[in-house]
Design a protein around this ligand. Structure first.
Ligand code: FDA
Length: 304
């Protein structure tokens, strides 16, 4: 019940306005969000790099409604890419198509994303196009394919283990050498497109991981689930898959001990680092994933 409440609150604009403007709101979010500006993201990236983590930085923002907003969001990515190059950081970027204009028009999103990928390719860097809800799945994959043809190796996307279609999409992208981040999936989806039971999602996650690891295409295993991590470590060891063939990816602030342990073991670990003023929906989805976080954060707020 708390999970559904948190998901509906994540879409509530009044709460969003109050939280984003208030100092306690910003303080609460700092566990999962790097800060408000590109400079904040670069500073935290430098710290994470020093601890042995790679980073993918995400300028928070979803469902922008005007061309001006989409261009402003794209500009943040251009500054971020320049900052990463100048400071020689071990980081790439992640973006959401709705954050760079998809709901204004698919053509606008293609233009803004294409410019960001061209910039990344010029810097020898990489853009990950995050996956959103199913209304966007096909468009996201198709756009990634078009950009990957123009800028091979500089763009990839995300597939979600909860969707029935993902086994086919995995084959489709691997065949073209396009990098995949595998995650379980964070959106509310209907039973005719997605596995409703966690056990089925987990079983599919393992099956997809076992397809991706030996494919020769570098892939991101994005999960905090110790069972998924263990299954990946075991499968890689049993099949002599080198550590250079994949990396683990986890969200900033989530399962930090597991993140450190994997670095100690010598695995590549990339931290997904969100930043920006539009942090509220992202933050609320993280609370919904683990409602115990609400208590943890409230306790922190009171005790500091
Ligand atoms: P699961 O939900 O089973 O959690 C396993 C354990 O991890 C929990 O028991 C808990 O201990 C811990 N945990 C999980 N979430 C936590 C939290 N918020 N706080 C504290 N502990 C937590 N989704 C999507 O639809 N599109 C995308 O593009 C991405 N991108 C992405 C990038 C990266 C790097 C990651 C790690 C995840 C995503 N996701 C995503 C989100 C993903 O789909 C999923 O919702 C979350 O990762 C939670 O699933 P887990 O695999 O962690 O397992």
């Amino acid at each position: 019940m708390l999970r559904s409440l948190l998901i509906s609150l994540s879409q509530n604009n009044t709460m969003r306005g109050i939280m984003e403007r208030s100092a306690p709101g910003r303080k609460l979010s700092s566990r999962f969000v790097a800060g408000l500006t590109v400079e904040d993201a670069l500073r935290v990236t430098r710290d994470l790099n020093a601890q042995g983590f790679a980073v993918t930085a995400d300028a928070l923002g979803e469902s922008v409604r005007s061309e001006a907003e989409a261009l402003a969001a794209a500009d943040i990515y251009h500054r971020l890419l320049d900052g990463i190059t100048t400071a020689r950081l071990n980081a790439n970027v992640s973006l959401k198509l709705t954050g760079v204009g998809m709901d204004v028009s698919p053509e606008l999103a293609e233009r803004t994303t294409g410019d960001i990928v061209a910039h990344a390719a010029h810097e020898g860097n990489f853009v990950r196009i995050d996956m959103e809800g199913t209304p966007y799945t096909e468009a996201t994959i198709a756009l990634t394919e078009r950009l990957a043809q123009q800028y091979p190796g500089s763009v990839g996307t995300v597939l979600q283990a909860y969707l029935f279609r993902t086994a086919d999409d995995t084959a489709r992208l691997l065949q073209q050498g396009i990098r995949i981040r595998l995650c379980k999936g964070a959106y509310k989806e209907a039973g005719d497109v997605a596995f409703p039971a966690k056990s089925d999602v987990d079983a599919n996650y393992v099956k997809l991981m076992q397809t991706m690891l030996p494919s020769g295409v570098f892939c991101g295993i994005a999960t905090h689930d110790p069972a998924m991590v263990e299954a990946t470590e075991r499968f890689a060891a049993e099949n002599n898959i080198p550590r250079s063939a994949f990396e683990f990816q986890m969200l900033y602030g989530v399962k930090r001990e597991l993140q450190r342990e994997l670095v100690r073991k010598g695995y590549g670990v990339r931290i997904y680092l969100p930043f920006g003023t539009d942090w509220y929906p992202y933050f609320m989805r993280r609370l919904a994933e683990r409602p115990a976080n609400v208590l943890f954060l409230l306790r922190n707020l009171v005790s500091n």
